[in-house]
Write a protein that binds this ligand. Structure first.
Ligand code: AR6
Length: 195
């Protein structure tokens, strides 16, 4: 497994005590379904009923328990909106949760795609904090079937993760599946790969 790390630390005054806020961004190249983290993020669609790409891989490896919970969420709130996220069990996967988010389809930047993609990362991180999740792995949302330009998507992903405010240490794994995305992130994070 390729792992490279980027530590982001900032501080804030909380009750007159200096608190260190730490987000560890780790770049890896791996099948996200194999990761033993607290939560993996799925690049789902609004139906929540599975599809191709990473969504298909997650449902195939995780089994029917994930789909059953997706059906319950659908019945309750009618799926998941673009830019939003929901959480389910992880079925047979080695992680504890799957956070399903729905990225925007690329439409030449004419349909608020950048804002919606940032929202996918933000909402997923917010759900993670609510569930006391300490490690979360993201795929490169929208950059496959949904056709979002990879360089633009990578910038949005990094900016959004870096700007996220949390008071506990959080490990964020940016999980690339293809070389193109991996190289892009490596450059943007300005880190040397430990190949
Ligand atoms: N592990 C990590 N990343 C993966 C894996 C994997 N096992 N498989 C693919 N990727 P995509 P989207 C990467 O197409 O563009 C589905 O049908 C892939 O290389 O999975 O958001 C949904 O149901 C790419 O970089 O998601 C939706 O209908 C990234 O995951 C639609 O596709 C995202 O590619 C969502 O399209």
């Amino acid at each position: 497994m390729l792992v490279t790390s980027y530590k982001l630390a900032s501080s804030c005054i909380d009750n007159l005590q200096l608190k260190l806020i730490m987000i560890n961004i780790k770049l890896i190249k791996k099948d996200i379904t194999k990761l033993e983290v607290d939560a993996i993020v799925n690049a789902a669609n609004t139906s929540l009923l599975g599809g191709g790409g990473v969504d298909g891989a997650i449902h195939r490896a995780g089994g029917k328990e994930i789909l059953e919970e997706c059906y319950k969420i659908r019945n309750k709130q009618g799926g998941c909106k673009i830019g939003n996220a929901v959480i389910t069990n992880a079925g047979k996967l080695p992680c504890s949760y799957v956070i399903h988010t729905v990225g925007p389809k690329w439409n030449n930047g004419k349909s608020r795609e950048k804002e919606l993609l940032a929202s996918c990362y933000l909402k997923s991180l917010e759900i993670a904090i609510k569930h006391n999740i300490k490690s979360i792995a993201f795929p490169n949302i929208s950059t496959g079937i949904y056709g979002f330009p990879k360089n633009k998507a990578a910038k949005i992903a990094i900016e959004t993760i870096k700007s996220f405010q949390c008071v506990e240490e959080l490990n964020v794994y940016i999980t690339c599946f293809d070389d193109e995305n991996y190289i892009l992130y490596e450059k943007l994070l300005k880190i040397k790969s430990e190949k």
